[in-house]
Design a binder for this molecule. Structure first.
Ligand code: A2P
Length: 295
């Protein structure tokens, strides 16, 4: 299933996520996913596994031009020139000439001017043909409003925390109003069970309503959640390093949820964020340096 971005570029709706994929596992996960049929991989400079993603693409045997490669610029590389150099670093690590979608990892509220300058750097990369589309991640409505007032190119994508327990209707609405595609990170709610993210959090994969829908369709809860994302017209990038689950997460194109079941899942929103609040600066983390490709 392909989505058409606001600049006409097409992007496979479902991609492999590699956040918290250990470098040594990432190459195998990417190769497996591409051999399974995925054609989109989402990484980030801050995940420190772009090299392994590139290696996985080459190892898969799938031609580079058939794979949609998405990565993110980290905050320490924000700035007009810095962000253009961040492209060089990412492209060299990935082993590609062009990146399909390059996005800002998050708004940096302790340096929003630099965030805007970084976005202008993305606009330049787009104009130079080094990237096919540009966008943002973790932007809320007010961040988008400010960015759009100060830049030219409307982001193609806004990648946000989005699963049934936190579906961010206001951000989705803001994205829709501007023609920005919403892309879900933590699309099956994985953020609630990553180690270190708080043992008291509820896992949406164990939600009884999701379980009941899964039983009715003979599908797994993860498949139901991914189908829910896709039927809403979103992109989703589930992370897995497990070959069985990588395949499971891609087997979501042979069934359709009814409007009633979609609404049942929509109704689960708790309005409570599990990941970091984009308005709270994390200065120490923001300043973490992304190594040069040569080091
Ligand atoms: P693993 O890599 O061992 O499969 P999210 O993308 O929503 O953040 O979810 C990622 C988390 O969910 C990871 O911990 C991943 O672990 C796990 N996961 C991925 N796919 C499935 C699945 N189909 N069923 C259960 N857990 C899954």
């Amino acid at each position: 299933m392909e989505l058409v971005l606001n600049n006409g570029v097409t992007m496979p709706a479902l991609g492999l996520g590699v956040y918290q994929s250990a470098p040594e596992e990432t190459t195998a996960a990417v190769a497996t996913a591409l051999q399974t049929g995925y054609r989109h991989v989402d990484t980030a400079a801050m995940y420190f596994n772009e090299r392994e993603v590139g290696e996985g693409i080459r190892r898969s045997g799938v031609p580079r031009e058939q794979v949609f490669v998405e990565t993110k610029v980290w905050v320490s590389d924000y700035g007009y020139d810095e962000t253009q150099h961040a492209f060089d670093k990412a492209a060299a690590k990935l082993g590609v000439d062009r990146i399909d979608l390059l996005i800002l990892h998050q708004p940096a509220t302790d340096r929003f001017d630099r965030t805007v300058a970084a976005y202008r750097g993305l606009e330049k990369l787009l104009a130079d043909g080094k990237v096919r589309a540009i966008g943002v991640s973790n932007f809320m409505r007010h961040h988008l409003d400010e960015l759009l007032a100060r830049t030219e190119v409307v982001p193609a994508v806004n990648q946000i925390e989005l699963h049934p327990y936190f579906s961010q209707p206001d951000v989705q609405k803001a994205d829709d109003e501007h023609g920005i595609l919403t892309q879900a990170w933590s699309p099956i709610g994985g953020i609630t069970f990553y180690p270190g993210w708080g043992a008291d959090r509820k896992n949406v994969l164990e939600d009884p309503a999701v379980g009941a829908v899964a039983t009715a369709y003979g599908k797994t809860p993860a498949q139901i959640l991914l189908r829910w994302q896709l039927q809403h017209g979103r992109s989703a990038i589930p992370k897995s390093t497990n070959p069985g689950r990588i395949a499971e997460n891609f087997a979501v194109f042979d069934f359709e949820l009814t409007a009633g079941d979609m609404s049942r899942i929509d109704a689960l929103d708790l309005g409570v964020r599990n990941g970091p609040d984009p308005d709270v600066p994390r200065t120490e983390l923001f300043n973490r340096v992304i190594p040069e490709a040569t080091t």
